[in-house]
Design a protein around this ligand. Structure first.
Ligand SMILES: Cc1cc2nc3c(=O)[nH]c(=O)nc-3n(C[C@H](O)[C@H](O)[C@H](O)COP(=O)(O)OP(=O)(O)OC[C@H]3O[C@@H](n4cnc5c(N)ncnc54)[C@H](O)[C@@H]3O)c2cc1C
Length: 489
């Protein structure tokens, strides 16, 4: 088997790998992205809160604080360029007692130091004026008008499509199994091939430590833990319109309520031990805790219908220390900032947690600066780079006055497959043509199977359309990978 040469290998096609690929395509570089799954956004980037943070949570002077305010301000333009839905909700952090009061005032001071625009401490009365569903007895609020929400899948897919349209070469089903340092760069092996590159960008999420340790001694270990979320389909007007962060009276996670771009309320998130790195189920205890907190914080908010619940994994980075005897000790020192290790051409984005979604493009550009400095190619810009990408045209986004003309041009647009959310056959076909080969791929690109019926009304039709467009038997259609067939013979 031959060896494929390129300038930079990116490992992982989550938010960070896709953002780095897009940022690097502004230069005249040959970029290959190796992803073990069959699609983008299947790791940490598939299950998170989707909040664009204002920037008061991060310690002044940290890399996170340096990036997040700028990143948050730049998101509307990025979403505009990439045709991604963005909802400016503002946020209120609320507290009911002495401990929360102290924490919230501390966050306010931190936010002022970080120059978060429009940040304001507000009284309990003003909290309830803005959000009448919050329980009586709320004492204080921290109002941040710049907080927003978006769909992380939509952003990740958009970054991928734009990077690919500008020449980044994405290779799916390519799990990296070895990385070796050679005199002029690196040799990377997957089951499918051998790649030679001058540099590697390690964006492997929960596996960034394993990838780095294929070539270097341990420095940071990623320890996953898990959390749970509910998605509620609450009618508008009966749920908060801001992102609500509840700061509890005891140390630990409070409740976060997130009005999504699709109009649901996402409620989370808990924290529990879980050593697995994929395929984790929700926990009954975690979900019960969310329900209990909803009862305390927003007692009048109807918590039904429940559309869905899901679990997510956090990649917690811990310091590793080298002992005198050449052995390594895994410490319990958790690293709070973004940890980006640059080691002789290998750049590792180690366990990037919140606000990694908010900062994905800042992180991508940071990496691109490091690459162009290392390769001395800042001047070699790609003059053909096009930052714009158009999303799949959604039936529900078309103004009613333009519908008849649109349907006469594209009859599939007039065939509604998901009646919960008015998703047309045209959207499903387009998602497949753009690369979705699994049911989850179609779901993430169109929002189908995510409404109140969770696919009970339309799953069969989606499978038939996929079978026709992909030219395979319906029995071969898989949920997300390999052996996850939906239909049994
Ligand atoms: C619960 C939770 C909630 C969050 N909420 C927010 C939020 O509201 N706002 C915010 O700003 N940030 C949030 N974040 C942070 C944000 O989601 C992450 O920073 C971001 O998704 C990390 O993306 P990634 O590309 O590093 O990782 P991933 O999305 O995990 O991508 C890594 C990719 O590498 C691939 N891979 C792994 N090993 C290999 C291999 N050997 N070979 C090839 N490919 C490989 C994986 O398949 C995967 O696709 C949240 C994070 C968590 C965990």
């Amino acid at each position: 088997m031959g060896r494929t040469d390129c300038d930079v290998i990116i490992i992982g096609a989550g938010l960070l790998g896709c953002a780095a690929a897009r940022a690097l395509m502004r230069y005249d570089l040959r970029i290959i992205v190796l992803e073990k799954s069959s699609d983008v956004s299947t790791g940490i980037s598939k299950a998170n809160s989707g909040i664009i943070y204002a920037g008061y949570d991060d310690t002044p002077g940290s890399l996170k604080a340096d990036m997040v305010v700028r990143a948050s301000a730049g998101l509307p333009d990025l979403c505009n360029e990439l045709d991604v839905h963005y909802r400016r909700t503002g946020s209120i952090m609320i507290g009911f007692g002495d401990r929360a009061d102290k924490v919230i005032r501390g966050k306010f001071d931190q936010g002022m130091a970080n120059k978060v625009p429009g940040l304001r401490l507000i009284s309990g009365e003003e909290v309830r004026d803005r959000e009448p569903l919050i329980a009586e007895g709320v004492r204080i609020g921290l109002y941040a008008p710049g907080t927003a929400t978006l769909d992380p899948w939509e952003l990740c897919i958009a970054l991928y499509e734009n990077a690919a349209a500008n020449g980044a070469d994405f290779r799916f089903g390519e799990e990296v199994c070895s990385v070796s340092k050679v005199s002029d760069g690196f040799v990377t092996e997957t089951a499918g091939g051998t790649y030679s590159s001058k540099m590697i960008i390690n964006c492997a999420g929960l596996s960034t430590d394993k990838i780095r340790e294929m070539a270097l001694a341990p420095r940071i270990r990623i320890v996953p833990n898990a959390c749970d979320y509910y998605v509620f389909g609450i009618p508008e007007g009966r749920s908060p319109s801001h992102v609500i962060f509840h700061e509890p009276e005891t140390k630990g996670k409070g409740l976060t309520l997130i009005p999504t771009v699709r109009g649901e309320i996402l409620a989370g998130s808990t924290q529990r031990k879980n050593p697995e790195t994929e395929g984790i189920p929700t926990s009954e205890e975690g979900l019960r805790k969310i329900m209990d907190m909803c009862g305390e914080v927003v007692p009048e908010m109807p918590v039904s219908p429940v559309i869905h619940s899901f679990a997510a994994l956090r990649p917690n980075p811990f310091e590793v220390q080298a002992g005198d005897n050449g052995e390594f000790r895994f410490t319990d020192r958790r690293l709070k900032d973004f940890n980006i290790l640059e080691e002789d051409g290998l750049i590792s984005l180690m366990g990037i947690k919140t606000p990694g979604l908010t900062c994905c493009m800042e992180l991508g550009e940071y990496v691109a600066r490091k690459v162009t400095d290392h390769l001395c190619c800042r001047e070699a810009v790609n003059s053909d780079f096009d930052p714009e990408r158009r999303g799949i045209r959604r039936f529900s986004d078309i103004p009613s006055g333009e519908l008849a003309a649109a349907v006469s041009k594209d009859p599939y647009l007039g065939r509604i497959i998901c009646t919960c959310r008015n998703i047309s056959e045209s959207e499903i076909r387009e998602a497949i043509l753009r690369g979705a080969s699994t049911l989850d791929g179609v779901k993430r690109r169109t929002g189908i199977l995510m409404g109140p019926c969770q696919g009970s009304k339309c799953l069969q039709q989606v499978i038939c359309i996929m079978s026709e467009v992909l030219g395979i038997s319906p029995y071969q259609i898989v949920k997300d990978a390999g052996s996850s067939q939906i239909l049994e013979k």
